[in-house]
Each structure stands twice: as structure tokens, then as C-alpha cells.
Design a protein around this ligand. Sequence first.
Ligand code: G6P
Length: 521
Amino acid sequence: MASIQSIPTKVFEGQRPGTSGLRKRVKVFQQEHYTQNFIQATLEAIPTGAKGATLVVGGDGRYFSQEAVQMIIRVAAGPDNDFGIKYNMSNGGPAPESVTEKIYEITQKLTAYKEIALPPADLSTIGTQHLGNLEIEIVDPVADYVILLKKIFDFELIREFLRNTPDFTVLFDGMHGVTGPYGQQIFVNELGLPQSSVMNCIPKPDFGGGHPDPNLTYAHELVERVEKENISFGAASDGDGDRNMIIGKGAFVTPSDSVAIIAAHADSIPYFRSTGLKGCTGLKGLARSMPTSKALDLVAAKKGLELFEVPTGWKFFGNLMDAGRLSICGEESFGTGSDHIREKDGVWAVVAWLNIIAAANKTKRAGINEILQAHYQEYGRNYFSRYDYEEVDAQRAGEMVERLRKLVSTDRDKLLSRDNSKYGPGFKIIDGDDFEYKDPIDSSVSKKQGVRIMFKDGSRLIIRLSGTGSQGATVRLYVEKYDPDVHDKATKDALKPLIELALELTELKEYTGRDEPTVIT
Ligand SMILES: O=P(O)(O)OC[C@H]1O[C@H](O)[C@H](O)[C@@H](O)[C@@H]1O
């Protein structure tokens, strides 16, 4: 998808004919995806002036950089709505492909755009202000968000548990992203944890020089402190607050396990109980992106819930949620969430885990490790790993994927008769395809979403090109092995034969020229 900066936008100067006196209001959510909200604002709120809209930034004005806000206001304040796009994106989710494709098509026809100059907005003052004839309302999103979370989770239970269990220590890493003020308010002010339970909670435009990616590589400060200081529960969320990582001393919760465990324990979360409590929705279906491990499928089967496997990208969950068929979903790329909003939500996932642990501790003492082990005992364990090969030659990466596509289609017989016995029993290939998804709600079809190879023992290997890499191509190789009995192997040992098989079968080294991946998660 084109970025904001690269979408040429036709902007009118001064007042639009026939709109004299119109007060335009701008709606921009604090929680990421302002690309989508920018589009929403441009297409709906601004031209008609009909929709009241709000610019949401932190009370202290630091959640968005002043430049970003100015850019949004400037562009959103002026576009002439003769684009002819009428799409309903009011669920607040990421724009669907139909919209981004239409916008891209329009950008190909535009020949010029103008900008209007606006004075800078004062982001530090809550309330309404005017920039020319543009009305902006600055609100504090933390307060609204806390109200929402209190309807979803059992704050009282968590608070009690933390108060009565002082040796259960917590460390939340805001990574100098947008969730810092939320972490401060929720973990310290609401749940009563000491100030030392949060770190890096001042949002900074440069993320304090770090890379705000909540994984074992980039959240190393948190990882080191959790081990050194014997922290029971460590958590991080990323720069824009939508992703999360959950760890404990000697424990790492893979995102695939995380969504499965949240779903398995959903009845300890008020929002998912169909108890008739105000705001409780009951647990509807579950969903994961295709490469995410099938741990969630086992939970869905046991609970008798619908399970959806969608292509990579949160936008595919929105229709299912709007149709009332999806409650909890997740992606291996550290996104976990529910239908309380239409985007993954890092802070939500952290509080979900605290709620689950607090509920489990009503009967016996349990930390992250105990919850993980109990889950594996009940469902078996889906060992999972992702190998990323970043910035490889795009043409060669494309050729590699084409070869694999051929292997799962025209050369299918060759694939199915492949002898993998040297890698151990169970690695007989039983199926393979290039993942295709038909949206059950609007019947739209998304093709070529990743080559999948399935094995007799339930193992899978998946290969796809990243849609978010910025330089050359990023190849992602996902491997998964289900083990119903053995739960305590190190992931890399459990997956070793499958990874070797995957490298041989995909000819990854030959095509990318790489001996090793750049990132392993
Ligand atoms: O295509 P990839 O690089 O694997 O990225 C995939 C990820 O991209 C974005 O972050 C989306 O918001 C995620 O929902 C998605 O999982």
C-alpha cells in the first residue's frame, strides 16, 4: 500500500465553494493506523463536514510528533472529495484491499495537488481549538481506554492478586512508544504496582534510540532485567502499541501460544463470559493468520467454536468481527487481540494475561511457566519458529516462490512422493498448496498468500514473501511441529530436523545466497 506521503492528494485552498462557514473537524485515532484514519477523514468527515471528528493525541502532546499531526491536519483539512470513493470503513480497522487498490488507482490519475498552510496546533491543551476554520478537539485517549479495559477485564481481581502476592513481580516495557502513558496509568495508578514495574514509558520520537519491536532480539533490555531480577511477569508493546510480547523468568510465550492460551482461559475474562454482565459478549469464534501455529485450532475444537484461518494481515479479521463470528484472534507476528476494537492491541494482551494469571491463582499458585505447562499437558505442544531472511535479492526470492508454487501444483506428484525419511518418521508430505482465502462474509478472494506444505504428523512448513519489508525482499519461513507428548524440549531442538528438511526442500540457501536467517523468532 502506498504510504501517506506518497499519495498525491488534491487539496483546495481556503474555503471550498458552497461550504462557507463549514467547520471541519478531523478525526485521528491515537492507536496507529492513521493511514487508514487519514483516508477515513479525507473521504468522509472532511468533505461533508457531517461527521463530528476528533483529533486524539496525548494530553502532553507527545504521542504523535507535531510534524505528524500537522501533516494529517493539513492533508485531511483540504482534500476535494471528487474521488468518488464510497466505502464504509467506520469499524476503525485497517483499510481493506478494495479500498487501498482504489486509492492507488486514483493516485495514478491525479496530476497536481495543493496544500493549505495552517498554524501549528497546540497539542498540550485538552479541549477545542481552531486553526483557521478547522475545528480540532484534543482529547486524552488514556482515560477512554482505561474505561474500556475496565469493562473487559476484572481489574479488581488483578489488583487483589498483585496486592496479596508481592513476590509476583511485574515489569512492563513501553519501549518509548505510545503505550508508555497507558502503562503508567494501568499498571501503576490502577493496579497499584510500584513505579519500578514500568520502564521506558516516556514516548519519544526516536524511541530513545532503540528499535521498538517487542521480541527477544529488540526488547533485550526487558529480557535481561527479567532474568537478572527474577521478574515473574515481563511484557512489552511496540512503538504504535498494537503488538506485544509476554515473558517470565525462564519463560517465553510465543504469540501463537499466547492467543491459544487467552482463548483457552477466556472464561476468566468478564468480556467473554456470557453471564449477562453489562458489556459481556460471550465467546464467539477464534481466528489466526495462516502461518500462526495451530495451537488455537485445538482450543477451538475443544470448545466447539468456529476457527478461521486467514491470510497474514489484521484487516482479514474485521469482517468476521463485524459479523459477530469472531472474538479472539492472533498472528505469529506478535499481534493479539479481540473484537473490542478492529486492530491488534498490545496493552489489551498484557492485561489479558494478568487477568488469566490472577484467576488461575484463585485455586493454586501459578506463574507463566505453570500456565504454559498446564496448557501443553491438556492440548499438546505446537513447536513453532519463524526464520526471516531480510533484504535478499527480490528477483531470486520471487523465483524461489514460483518454483515452490509449481511444486505444490503442476509438480505435485513429485512433492507427494518425496522421500523425507532421513529426517525422521512422520515427515511424509500429505498435502501442499498456495494459500487462498475466500472471505466468508463478503466472498472476496485473496490468492497467493503463502506456500504451505503439510506433513503426516501434523507438521507444517510455510514460505511467503513479507508484505512489509522495505529493501529488496524479505523471505519468511515458518516451521511448526505438533507434539502431543513431549513438552519440555527447546524449540530449536524440537524443530531441527524439520528446519533442515525445509531448507533442502525450498533450496533457500541456493536462491538467497544466505547460510543463516537475519532474525529468528
Ligand atoms: O507481511 P509481513 O511482513 O509478514 O507483515 C505482516 C504484518 O504486517 C503488519 O504489521 C500488519 O499490521 C500485521 O497484521 C501483519 O501480520
